[in-house]
Ligand binder design. Structure first.
Ligand code: NDP
Ligand code: MG
Length: 382
C-alpha cells in the first residue's frame, strides 16, 4: 500500500484518538498532514507535538493563542469555518471525518469535490445530505468509505459482489443499555444510565443515539445512500453481543456476515487500507470457548426513533435533515438535563410534523432548514 497522507477532522474524539493509535502502529503507511479539534486544545497540542502536522485547526477561537507556540513553523487555523479547507488540502490523500453531527457535512462535501478518499465516521453527513453527496461522488473521482462498523461489515461482505444481487441488508444493533427495559422503565432513564453503553466506548452524542436506537435509524439512512439500497430492503436486528457487525443476504438465499470483537479500530483501519488489509494488534475471538450469538427483532414501539428515521427517508427531501437536527438538539437538551429521556423521540416527531419546506435540495437550503429546525426543537417541551 502506498503511504497515505491524512487529514483527521475531530482528532481528539473517540474515533479520532483511535485512528491516531492505528497510525502509531503503522508509521511507514500513514503521514498526518492535518489535525482538528473543537475545544480540547490540550489534547490537540499533545497530538501536534507527536505527529507534527503541517496544518492544525482549533474550532474554538478562544484557544488559538494556547496553540501558537506548539504549532510554530506550521499553519494554525482558528474557527470551524476553515474545516472544509482542511478537507480539501492539495497534499492530502485521505480525509478521515470524525466530526460529530451536522458540523461534519461541509467537510465531507468539500473533500469529495476535491477528489479525496473520505473515510467517513460522521454518518450525519449522509443522513442530512445523502442526495447531494452521492451526486457529487458521481462527478468526481473521490471515494466514500464507511468507518461505521456495520457499514464496514457490509462493504467487506460486498467485496467481489454486485449490488444488483443484494436481496436484503441485515443491520445488527446491540440494543443498547435499555434493550430489556419496559416502556414504563424508559420514562425514568437518567443521563448517567444512558451514557453507559454495554459494548462500545464512544462519544456522548452517539452513545445517547445508541440508547434510543436513533443511531440504528441514522445507520439505515447511511446504508441506503452508501449502497443505493431502498430502505425496505434494510432490516435492523438486535444482536446483543455485537460480534456480527452486519450481514447481506443475496438473491440466491446465501448470506454473508462479518464478525469480530467490538473494536472500532478494525473498521477504521479498513477504511484507510481498503481494498487492502493491514495488520492490527487488537484482541481476537477465542474459539476455544463456547460462544453465544443471539438475535431478536427490533421493538419499534419501544424505540420509535428507528421508525421515524426509516419513514424520513421514505418521505425524502428535507425530512432526514429535519430528523437529524431535531435529534441533535434533543440529545443535547437531554444531556443538559432540560428534558426527559422519552422527550427525545417526541421532539423529533413534532419537528418532522411542524417544519415545512418546499425549496429544492441544495447545500445552502440545507443550512437554513437545519437552523429553522433547531430553533423549533429548542422551543418545544419546556
Ligand atoms: P466525539 O464526541 O468523541 O468526538 C468528536 C470530535 O469532533 C472531537 O474531536 C471534537 O472536538 C470535534 N467536534 C465536536 N463538535 C464539533 C464542531 N461543532 N465543530 C468542529 N469539531 C467538533 O465523537 P465520536 O468520535 O464518538 O464520533 C464521531 C463521529 O463518528 C460521529 O458522527 C459518530 O456518530 C461516528 N461514529 C462513532 C463511533 C464511536 O465508536 N465513537 C462508532 C461509529 C460511528 P473536541 O474534542 O475539542 O470537543
Ligand atoms: Mg455503527
Amino acid at each position: 500500500m502506498k503511504k497515505q497522507k491524512l487529514a483527521i477532522l475531530g482528532s481528539t474524539g473517540s474515533i479520532g484518538t483511535q485512528s491516531l493509535e492505528i497510525i502509531r502502529q503503522h508509521p511507514d503507511k500513514f503521514e498526518v498532514i492535518a489535525l482538528s479539534a473543537n475545544s480540547n486544545w490540550k489534547l490537540l497540542a499533545e497530538q501536534v507535538k507527536e505527529f507534527n502536522p503541517e496544518f492544525t485547526l482549533i474550532g474554538d477561537e478562544s484557544h488559538a493563542k494556547d496553540l501558537e507556540k506548539v504549532c510554530s513553523g506550521a499553519t494554525l487555523l482558528s474557527g470551524k469555518k476553515h474545516l472544509p479547507e482542511l478537507a480539501s488540502l492539495e497534499n492530502v490523500d485521505t480525509v478521515l471525518n470524525a466530526l460529530v453531527g451536522y458540523s461534519g457535512f461541509d467537510s465531507t462535501l468539500a473533500a469529495i469535490k476535491a477528489g479525496k478518499r473520505v473515510a467517513l465516521a460522521n454518518k450525519e453527513s449522509l443522513v442530512v445530505g445523502g442526495e447531494i453527496i452521492t451526486e457529487e461522488l458521481k462527478k468526481s473521482n473521490a471515494e466514500l468509505i464507511p468507518v461505521d462498523s456495520e457499514h464496514s461489515a457490509m462493504l467487506q461482505c460486498l467485496t467481489g459482489e454486485s449490488l444488483d444481487n443484494i436481496e436484503k441488508i441485515i443491520i445488527t444493533a446491540s440494543g443498547g443499555p435499555f434493550r430489556t427495559f419496559t416502556k414504563e422503565q424508559l420514562q425514568n432513564v437518567t443521563v448517567e444510565q444512558a451514557l453507559n453503553h454495554p459494548n462500545w466506548d464512544m462519544g456522548a452524542k452517539i452513545t445517547i443515539d445508541s440508547s434510543t436506537m436513533m443511531n440504528k435509524g441514522l445507520e439505515i439512512i447511511e446504508a441506503h445512500w452508501l449502497f443505493d439500497i431502498p430502505v425496505h430492503k434494510i432490516q435492523p436486528v438486535i444482536h446483543p453481543q455485537s460480534i456480527i457487525h452486519s450481514m447481506i443476504t443475496f438473491i440466491d438465499g446465501s448470506s454473508k456476515a462479518q464478525l469480530g470483537l467490538p473494536d472500532m479500530k478494525v473498521p477504521i483501519i479498513y477504511s484507510l487500507s481498503y481494498p487492502e488489509r493491514l495488520d492490527l494488534d487488537t484482541p481476537r475471538m477465542n474459539w476455544n470457548e463456547a460462544q453465544n450469538l443471539t438475535f431478536e427483532p427490533v421493538d419499534f414501539d419501544k424505540f420509535p426513533c428507528v421508525r421515524l428515521a426509516m419513514e424520513s427517508i421514505e418521505t425524502g427531501g428535507y425530512a432526514p435533515a429535519i430528523l437529524n437536527a431535531a435529534n441533535e438538539v434533543a440529545v443535547q437538551r437531554f444531556l443538559n438535563k432540560e428534558i426527559g429521556y422519552i422527550h427525545i423521540p417526541e421532539i423529533v416527531e413534532k419537528s418532522l410534523a411542524n417544519i415545512d419546506w418546499n425549496d429544492s435540495l441544495n447545500a445552502e437550503t440545507l443550512k437554513e432548514i437545519d437552523k429553522e429546525t433547531r430553533v423549533f426543537a429548542k422551543s418545544i417541551i419546556k
